[in-house]
Design a protein around this ligand. Sequence first.
Ligand SMILES: C=C(O[C@H]1C=CC=C(C(=O)O)[C@@H]1O)C(=O)O
Length: 399
Amino acid sequence: MSSDKEISGRATECGLAESFLLRGHGRVLIGQGLRTEVGRGPIGSLAARVGAFFKANEGGPRVVMGALPFDRSQPDYLFQPEIFSTADGKDGRGTSSASADAARCTITPAPAPSVFADAVAACLAMIAASADDAEPLTKVVLSRSLELVSTHEFDAAGLLAALARDPSIAVFSTLLPAEADAPRPLLVGATPELLVSKKGDEVVSHPLAGSARRYGDPGADRRSAAGLERSEKDRREHQAVVDAVFDALSPYCRELNAPERTTLRSTASMWHLGTRIVGKLRDADTPVAELACALHPTPAVCGLPRNRAAEVIGRLEGYDRGFYAGAVGWADEKGDGEWYVSIRSARLAGKRATLYAGAGIVAGSDPAGETDETSAKFVALLSALGIDEHGHPLRERAA
Ligand SMILES: C=C(O[C@H]1C=CC=C(C(=O)O)[C@@H]1O)C(=O)O
């Protein structure tokens, strides 16, 4: 199978449609068809449910895959595919251009950018008011969404192919549970952030937090990156995530380090601060699902303290995040696997798509700046869909 075929999402074997695709770390993993669903439940029971699944189901590929929601108490959605295959993903750049063809989209921001900026200001007031509390609120990640309605069904394969042109991100697509508005919705995205991978006794997490827009002009792009590296506010926002990852993984590890310290990471449209954290597990049998449970949601998508931040998110965002800012990945029978943070993602349901983007709010954040950051984070998905922020095809603009 060529990589382009894999990325384009057209299943070739047995005529089974692709139910899962993950391209990251130079590899493509593909699930075709859906053999058995894993019993659904909250993340706290994930490791037990996955273990019980493999015991009870002797046939089929020895791997399950799917998505975890943002909210730890909500049910996840994992399944065993009919066919599982892997391939080298180094040459996995997409060939297809925009997926929108001549489709037109109407785009409705939900909430409107000005309402989001007001929510950031309200959040900053809560952070300031809590300064003297025993456990002050120090960080909250607030998100907003864009609701797209197209004249055509969204083409997930074309979207994946277009997203895969950026080799710095992990491209994913996974089935979501049926809902009233869609028999088979999909979560599709291109995330730069690894929640956790586990192979044998090796564990890796690569949290990101602290962001700046990229620019076509090289000088402006360099200044944007340098500004991010110097920013005390972004360093603080980032360190909160690194500390939380160390705290969550330490009990499981006999070694845990950040060998390269914090570095600048780039995607095609964003600069980020990132820290690669690597460890050796005390017990190589610790399943990846247990590590994901210990980590999720990190302060890269929720905040600190976690429960208090989640409460503020629920109050200020005004919608259910569903599987945005959860995780997408897989786990095998040995307990190995990898889970990516499901940011820069969209839920596709026929002619409707909902895109999400968030930004970390800490003391010193600026409501207009954070709103602009979410706009910049939408660029990757919108341009992969072949549309601008008004829903017009990009090709027309160039003509
Ligand atoms: C929550 C998102 O990004 C997170 C990951 C990287 C940088 C982030 C930031 O700088 O705010 C966010 O923590 C998102 O893209 O929706």
